[in-house]
Design a binder for this molecule. Sequence first.
Ligand code: ADP
Ligand code: MG
Length: 252
Amino acid sequence: MTASLEVSGLAFAYPDGHQALFGVDFSVARGERVALLGPNGAGKTTLVLHLNGILTGGAGTVKVAGLPVDRRNMAEVRRRVGIVFQDPDDQLFMPTVREDVAFGPAAAGLKGPELEDRVQRALERVGMAEFRDRPPHHLSFGQRRRVAVATVLAMEPDILVLDEPSSNLDPASRRELADILRSLDVTVLMVTHDLPYALELCPRSLILSDGVIAADGPTGELLSDEELMRAHRLELPFGFDPRSVPAAPARP
Ligand SMILES: Nc1ncnc2c1ncn2[C@@H]1O[C@H](COP(=O)(O)OP(=O)(O)O)[C@@H](O)[C@H]1O
Ligand SMILES: [Mg+2]
């Protein structure tokens, strides 16, 4: 079966010469939920920005459902891979929530009742339907994050990529977002520093460190490996025992 996402030999240097990725290899099967862990500066965001061709031009390949991410396939890749950026304010720029969520589907050609229906469903999924006519900048950070998720869900992607989705959320918002993510029937790759969140949501984790994949395995096993964790500057919250939490159930 074709992998949902396949990254091989991906290396990338920024125009200023700083090399962030040094040959990244992994693949993700359809419907898997995978956490991407790693210290600050490891290259996680740089990797994420390659998954739908926002960054290109380095060595190696990224394939989405077997399609190479290149200029020829860019429209199809961007339809299939939805990225929720680290900062929701990078994603929301319209006068109302409705217009932000409608933006992508409208650009893809949807209009009229079909478009309204798509927007409504995406907002309902994240519990933000009653905020549709509000300006995004009047919402709380957690609400803006949920609207950012809705803008991506409205495109009905096959792969949802989230860059630190639980950062800056209060505990209730963090919990609600976990419930939303669990309810989705898509492939998920989630960058996070929130290790309990990774354990709860993702049966499998990758550790990216200094621009290479340093570990790839069941989340509970990686988090229980103290030496591995220390080597990559990953710290569990005080008193948190990964062995005490049942592993996230894998989906068929
Ligand atoms: N636009 C840029 N220009 C030059 N270097 C960058 C740029 N963005 C990120 N970097 C560098 O690339 C490395 C990886 O960054 P990033 O992918 O943001 O890491 P992470 O998301 O894991 O914290 C870091 O050393 C960072 O300073
Ligand atoms: Mg980052």
